[in-house]
Design a protein around this ligand. Structure first.
Ligand SMILES: Nc1ncnc2c1ncn2[C@@H]1O[C@H](COP(=O)(O)OP(=O)(O)OP(=O)(O)O)[C@@H](O)[C@H]1O
Ligand SMILES: [Mg+2]
Length: 251
């Protein structure tokens, strides 16, 4: 077995600068499971290398990766050691699609990663624009990269013109409704933080999305409706009454 350092060097391309941000983040968060998962995905030709860090968060880090045809990819890597264990456990326990819940943190994170992958696949079926899921292995999820030269900005970080603002609002509210009515599904963390703007809105971060049968789904639906309307109200739009939108949905 090669040392983990050598393997990380390889994943990042042997000529990478050890002082680079990518190297530092990778070195800090990659454990054996992560390195093995990335190696597996590389052997399966889902990924060729990691190129940079797109985001560092509490639960996951998102890297820029390269695909076998030279395309950019987003590689979301969950920490296998997480202080969010309890929150993740509660979300999964309420999801009727999840049968057995492992007690081990690392295994629980794997269930969490797989669920996000499935959520992306499911959302696409209901015509929601999301990053296309490519593959997953353990705590690593590969998806389409949203952006051009650089990553697309979050809704929160752009100044949209009035018309675009209205269209984005309309799209997001109709998305919540369509997902719920036709897809029996709720995103659960839909806000200006989880929408990228790339020729229109793209909804990301489907980790907490769940199905209607989940006993917490109403709570999540309500939150999505309130988050979206309150953001656009702050931006000066004349939005629908969130309670009315919500009540129309739940009948
Ligand atoms: N497919 C993608 N294409 C481009 N950038 C992406 C993609 N997915 C995620 N990102 C970038 O990574 C950031 C974090 O992604 P995401 O929201 O999925 O993770 P998170 O779990 O919310 O992370 P955190 O723990 O920081 O809250 C996004 O705000 C976005 O900037
Ligand atoms: Mg997010």
């Amino acid at each position: 077995m090669e040392s983990i350092d050598r393997e990380i060097d390889k994943l990042l391309g042997l000529r990478r600068d050890r002082d680079s941000e990518t190297f530092k983040v990778a070195n800090e968060v990659f454990d054996r499971t992560t390195v093995e998962s990335l190696s597996y995905l590389i052997r399966r030709r889902k990924l060729t290398e990691l190129r940079g860090v797109l985001s560092t968060g509490k639960e996951a880090n998102v890297f820029l990766g390269m695909g076998p045809n030279g395309e950019k990819l987003a590689v979301k890597i969950y920490r296998t050691y997480t202080t969010e264990f309890r929150r993740i456990w509660e979300h999964l326990a309420a999801d009727p699609r999840i049968g057995y819940l492992p007690k081990d943190v690392r295994k629980l994170v794997m269930v969490w990663t797989r669920r996000e992958f499935k959520n992306l696949q499911r959302a696409i079926k209901y015509a929601v624009r999301v990053p296309e899921p490519v593959a997953f292995r353990n705590n690593v999820l590969i998806m389409e990269f949203i952006g051009g030269e650089g990553p697309a900005p979050r809704l929160k970080d752009v100044e949209l013109e009035r018309k675009e603002l209205e269209e984005t609002y309309e799209y997001l509210i109709r998305t919540i409704e369509r997902l719920w009515r036709r897809g029996d599904m709720v995103h659960g963390d839909l806000s200006e933080y989880n929408v990228l703007i790339h020729g229109g809105p793209v909804v990301i971060d489907w980790s907490q999305a769940t199905v209607r049968r989940n006993r917490r789904s109403l709570e999540l639906l309500r939150r999505d409706v309130f988050n979206v309307t309150s953001y656009f109200r702050r931006k000066g739009l004349d939005v629908e009454d969130p309670l009315v939108v919500y009540e129309n949905l739940v009948g």
